[in-house]
Design a protein around this ligand. Structure first.
Ligand SMILES: Nc1nc2c(ncn2[C@@H]2O[C@H](COP(=O)(O)OP(=O)(O)OP(=O)(O)O)[C@@H](O)[C@H]2O)c(=O)[nH]1
Length: 223
């Protein structure tokens, strides 16, 4: 038998149609890390974004680090987000430090019903400045905004802290989905803007974008 493998003609003598070469299903990639104390809701936040589901019930702390990919489209550009869910427990801290270096964005969560998780945000920011890239995008998120009856951190306190550090801020709920997708879309938009900044492209301000788009607890059907 002669011929080139894969080059056989069909029964009508025409050459078979070739599959188009594999093209990636995205235009840009970005590495995002979820950070914050144990129990603030990082894993639930990621699952809500990835699968649109909320895992309630027994809390199983993350061991080490894990990641999921999700492609989002912003302004016609497909951005593949590689999202790393880190363990909040102190004993895993040295493991997660190694992953900061090439992260482009960090979502830093506290729990609005847990004061120490908010008080620890300054320590997290110190750690971030030590281990992450200088131009890393940071967003502060006050999670569990659905549990208003147990709230101990006011929204204004989160806003003030975020302003002090010059980072965007919003309250979120991994349970209802409030502002979860927005957090990732804002990051994707910022990464897209940074990657393809053209001379005539209007500038993108992530803080303004978040302020204009975010839902506030109690304002809508999320809660
Ligand atoms: N009501 C409410 N509960 C939440 C929310 N997010 C997470 N939880 C609950 O909080 C607990 C901890 O959530 P996780 O997502 O596992 O927390 P984590 O930050 O990943 O914790 P570590 O893996 O130890 O770092 C679980 O019992 C969740 O069901 C939320 O937005 N609202």
């Amino acid at each position: 038998m002669t011929g080139t493998p894969g080059a056989a003609a069909t029964r009508d003598g025409k050459a078979p149609e070739r599959s188009p070469p594999c093209s990636p299903s995205y235009d840009l990639t970005g590495k995002v890390m979820l950070l914050g104390d144990s129990g603030v809701g990082k894993t639930c936040f990621l699952i809500q974004f990835k699968d649109g589901a909320f895992l309630s019930g027994t809390f199983i702390a993350t061991v080490g680090i894990d990641f999921r990919n999700k492609v989002v489209t912003v302004d016609g550009v497909r951005v593949k987000l590689q999202i790393w869910d880190t363990a909040g427990q102190e004993r895993f801290r040295s493991v997660t430090h190694a992953y900061y270096r090439d992260a482009q964005a960090l979502l830093l969560l506290y729990d609005i019903t847990n004061k120490s998780s908010f008080d620890n945000i300054r320590a997290w920011l110190t750690e971030i400045h030590e281990y992450a890239q200088r131009d890393v995008v940071i967003m502060l998120l006050g999670n569990k905004a659905d549990v208003s009856s147990e709230r101990v951190i006011r929204s204004e306190d989160g806003e003030m802290l975020a302003r002090e550090y010059g980072v965007p801020f919003m309250e979120t709920s991994a349970k209802t989905g409030m502002n979860v997708e927005l957090a990732f879309l804002a990051i994707a938009k910022e990464l897209k803007y940074r990657a393809g900044r053209q001379a005539n492209e209007p500038s993108f301000q992530i803080r303004d974008y978040v302020e204009s788009q975010k839902k506030r607890p109690g304002c809508c059907s999320f809660l």
